[in-house]
Design a protein around this ligand. Structure first.
Ligand code: NDP
Ligand code: GDR
Length: 328
């Protein structure tokens, strides 16, 4: 039975990846922070087969202990401070966790492997946010990186450290440069979930309006359930490499609003949406669109859920959830 250790187990991708690996017969271990993390219960309820082990990406000794406990064949580093807007307010902490945390884990894997580079395969959750100030459209594995947020800069550090460990020590270490991926498990601070929750509440008469920032931003949005499949496929390749994972389509926040409001029978979303500079960013990534050709050709990966299906999936989930919360 193969064994996997996942950091970021309580997050959106950690839950989907756990489900995928458990369905493939893996023994799955999840790194969880803190002695009393309230998300223990969420993980236990969603993926009861996962064994939790305490640790933090900023504490290398805890990572070594987690590796010794889990004895993994594969390590997926999904843990990060992942909210881009928050990273300006907490730039040093973001650098420690999202950037230096990758090095802590790579080094822990290297020490744990005692010079046997084939012992553990490693996945790093790199991000389209590394492209930032876009130098090429669509963005591919070779596109120049120009991050526009402390989060993006930290991800670039982790990305190149992963490549460096591959080149220096022969480690099977791959980076997935994933574009935005969403789901009903997305955190409510991200724009798609903020919209789907608000639209659900407005349709039920529980909320009057929705306040957003930049409505002109464009993103290449896919479904998280599809994207974790690409992570797994990367680690099954004979050689480690870097892959862009994206849909190849881009959509604006306005299109997101159109689909979400129309789905609950509300035409003319402009009446409900306000803008507030509070939700604007000091620097913005305006146009993200990825070229998933390499992932398709080498990994045989393709997305299954398109953008309208993703948005309606999230809105339908949130209508049910909000209805239940309101006791209706
Ligand atoms: P989430 O924000 O949902 O989850 C982040 C996870 O990281 C949580 O489990 C969190 O744990 C954990 N974490 C935070 N700080 C630490 C720490 N100091 N030590 C250990 N774990 C920590 O992210 P997603 O699931 O959406 O994304 C997974 C990864 O993929 C992240 O690295 C993200 O940056 C990256 N990514 C995501 C994309 C997306 O569109 N979703 C696109 C490209 C990259 P806790 O519950 O304790 O806070
Ligand atoms: P992003 O996702 O920054 O791309 O990072 P987010 O959903 O936060 O923002 C997407 C775009 O929407 C615009 N926007 C708003 N965003 C939020 N959160 N709230 C608002 O009210 C709002 N109004 C407009 C933003 O300006 C932005 O342009 C996500 C994270 O998962 C990262 O971890 C990951 O690396 C990248 O995707 C790829």
């Amino acid at each position: 039975m193969p064994r996997a250790l996942i950091t970021g187990i309580t997050g959106q991708d950690g839950l989907y990846l756990s489900e995928l690996l458990l369905s493939k017969g893996y023994e799955v271990f999840g790194l969880i922070r803190g002695q009393n993390n309230p998300k223990h219960d969420l993980v236990r309820a969603t993926v009861p087969g996962v064994q939790l082990v305490t640790g933090d990406l900023t504490d290398m000794s805890s990572l070594i202990r987690a590796l010794e406990f889990a004895q993994p064949d594969e390590v997926y580093n999904l843990g990060a401070i992942s909210f881009v807007a928050y990273s300006w307010e907490n730039a040093l902490l973001t650098s420690e966790v999202t950037g230096k945390g990758v090095l802590n884990l790579l080094e822990a894997v290297r020490l744990y492997s005692h010079g046997d580079a084939s012992k553990v395969r490693f996945y790093q959750a790199s991000s389209s946010e590394m492209f930032g100030k876009v130098q090429e459209v669509p963005q591919r594995e070779t596109t120049l990186l120009w991050p526009r947020s402390p989060y993006g800069v930290a991800k670039v550090f982790g990305h190149y450290m992963t490549i460096n460990y591959r080149e220096s020590y022969g480690m099977h270490a791959s980076s997935g440069i994933l574009f935005n991926h969403e789901s009903p498990r997305r955190g409510p601070e991200f724009v798609t979930r903020k919209v789907s929750q608000a639209v659900a509440r407005i349709s039920l008469g529980l909320q009057e309006d929705l306040t957003l920032g930049n409505l002109d931003a464009k993103r290449d949005w896919g479904f998280a359930g599809d994207y974790v499949e690409a992570m797994w496929r990367m680690l099954q390749q004979p050689e480690a490499d870097d892959y862009v994972v994206a849909t190849g389509e881009t959509h604006s926040i306005r299109e997101l609003l159109d689909i979400a409001f129309t789905h609950v029978g509300i035409e003319g979303w402009e009446r409900y949406v306000k803008q507030d500079p509070r939700f604007m960013r000091p620097a913005e990534v305006d146009l993200l669109i990825g070229d998933p050709a390499k992932a398709r050709d080498v990994l045989g990966w393709e997305r299954k859920v398109d953008f309208p299906a993703l948005v309606t999936m999230m809105v339908e989930h949130d209508v049910e959830e909000q209805r239940a919360l309101a006791g209706r």
